[in-house]
Design a protein around this ligand. Sequence first.
Ligand code: FE2
Ligand code: FE2
Length: 203
Amino acid sequence: MGTPGRNEAGAYENARGRLCQDGKDQPELAPVAAVFEGIMDKQKSIDLLNRAVADELQAVHQYMYFHFHLSDQGFGPLASLFKRIAIQEMGHVEKLAERVLFLRGEVDMATAGPVERITDPEKMLEKAMQMEDMSAREYNQAALACSENADSASKAIFEALVVDEEGHYDQFDKQRENIRRFGPSYLALQSFTEEASGAGEPD
Ligand SMILES: [Fe+2]
Ligand SMILES: [Fe+2]
């Protein structure tokens, strides 16, 4: 009596309906191209990465603009937050650029849009939250596109960026909530507390 799935001669049917026997008639492997139908289109990944570089550069410019103005208005802690996040966005540019070069592309270094001349702190935070939200959405889509393009390494970069951008959104949202809860004097009091504790000027 044969084991389940085998006939009396001990042969079994492989996935493609062919009769095989242990050690004799091993199943044939399909050609690689037939198994992995989606071969990576490098240019597609390079375009997605360069699009993200442009968004990141816009964020660096916009956040540094906010940093200068907040610092000038004496709002040290919020000025520092924008500078810290601008530096993290620069780190994102670097990660994306490294991947573009690995794929033998060129880094465009174009910004996605001009700097908006916003000088009101609450409006700055709203603009920053809008940018972070947009980036997170775009990078989620880019991760899916990279997956379809059989480019797991670029996909992993975009997924990591989504986590960072959501974290930035959260930090800006907390500051905006505090301004709404405690009123416009919140930023001045925050700066006063920082000065009193000796933390000093914004970085
Ligand atoms: Fe970023
Ligand atoms: Fe961000």
